[in-house]
Design a protein around this ligand. Structure first.
Ligand SMILES: *Cc1c(COP(=O)(O)O)cnc(C)c1O
Length: 368
């Protein structure tokens, strides 16, 4: 294929060398232990806790079940305040807990939930807030916690984009009541499918571990209606191996992001998010925002133009969750102008460790 015709996707999974995976598989075969908190699973929990700088982590079979179980673990009922500018699983997890999602608009700098608009959405039925660290940019956790404390609300962060992100030297996963990660193949760190809940006490970890295993406490006692959301040994082993490559992967992503930033800096009508000071990023995504009036063509026209050149950007997050069939009739689904504008302007550009500089340059040329 010629350079021009090469297909460049928005992401490409981080696959560790196959021959390095074989010894892990051999060990699993020797142990004859395939799932249910095996050796690999226990080791991965320990390694991830160390790597991320958190105390308690429970692995899950995917991020969506981790979100659903996080709400279960805190007995969340009634209404949950959340953001429409996210992946649809954020809101689905609220719905699956028989709670009503209440959408609050985002702020215009990072497109995270706007703390200044949260209090107006609180009713006597509100029990929790579920913000998202969109693109790995920390939400305003101090302001959110203040509101939560004042009104007695729980805070569950959808931190699916925030693997490894630190603020002022501390993991962003250490704030709030619970944080949830996704290790899906499209995320920067993956177990193919997978996820985790981060909590802050041994008791809560036990509770969450029981919930993800049908509610069993011991061999014959079931204390609550749990689910099956366990991560198996083969995927845990994949996670252990991938972890050896994550720092290198983040470094490579950083170089690409820095190139994008400098190359796209002065284009009329193309903007991107500023970096927050004191934040250690994971460079998970590189969203650009197209202002049609200034740039000359619309976001969708640029998206199609890139596609015609085999550059497959993605419109994360478009459409807004609040416009999807199950949620569009909610009264809070209206009047979300900042989220709406972001959804109409965004394109996430290709970004993954093996992305070649020649392709990055080609992408920049097309945009220019
Ligand atoms: C990927 C993602 C999820 C869902 O995680 P899965 O592991 O795919 O179930 C939830 N929220 C956000 C913001 C995500 O990006």
């Amino acid at each position: 294929m010629s350079e021009k015709n090469k297909i460049v996707t928005v992401i490409s999974p981080l696959l560790p060398p196959l021959e390095e995976f074989v010894p892990y598989l051999q060990k699993i075969w020797d142990n004859k232990w395939l799932t249910n908190n095996g050796e690999m699973h226990q080791e991965l929990e320990q390694r991830l806790a160390e790597y991320l700088g958190v105390e308690y982590i429970s692995l899950f079979s995917n991020g969506t079940l981790a979100l659903i179980t996080a709400l279960q673990a805190l007995n969340i009922t009634g209404e949950v305040i959340t953001t429409p500018y996210s992946f649809v699983a954020t809101t689905h997890s609220i719905f699956w807990n028989k709670c009503t999602p209440v959408f609050v608009d985002v702020e215009p700098n990072y497109f995270n939930i706007d703390p200044a608009k949260i209090e107006a959405a609180i009713t006597e039925k509100t029990t929790a807030i579920m913000p998202v660290h969109v693109y790995g940019n920390p939400a305003d956790t101090d302001a959110i916690q203040k509101i939560a404390d004042k009104h007695g609300l729980k805070v569950i962060y959808d931190a699916a984009h925030a693997f490894g992100v630190k603020k002022n030297g501390s993991s962003i996963l250490n704030v709030g009541d619970l944080s949830v990660l996704s290790f899906h193949a499209t995320k920067i760190y993956s177990t193919i499918e997978g996820g985790a809940v981060i909590c802050h006490s041994k008791e809560m970890k036990h509770h969450i571990d029981n919930l993800k295993n049908f509610g069993f406490r011991g061999e014959i006692v079931v204390e609550e209606p749990g689910i099956n959301a366990k991560l198996n040994e083969v995927q845990a082993a994949y996670g252990l191996l991938s972890l050896k490559y994550i720092d290198d992967a983040i470094e490579k992503r950083k170089n690409i992001v820095e190139y994008y930033r400098s190359a796209l800096n002065k284009i009329q009508g193309i903007s991107f998010l500023k970096e927050q000071s004191g934040v250690e990023y994971n460079y998970a995504y590189f969203p650009i925002f197209v202002d049609e009036a200034m740039y000359g063509i619309s976001r969708d026209a640029l998206y199609e133009k890139l596609k015609a050149n085999n550059i497959l950007g993605r419109r994360y997050f478009y459409p807004l969750i609040s416009t999807f069939e199950p949620y569009k009739e909610l009264s809070s689904a209206q009047n979300l102008p900042i989220a709406q504008k972001a959804a109409e302007q965004v394109i996430c550009l290709p970004l993954y460790p093996d992305l070649e500089m020649t392709d990055v340059e080609r992408i920049v040329r097309i945009i220019k």
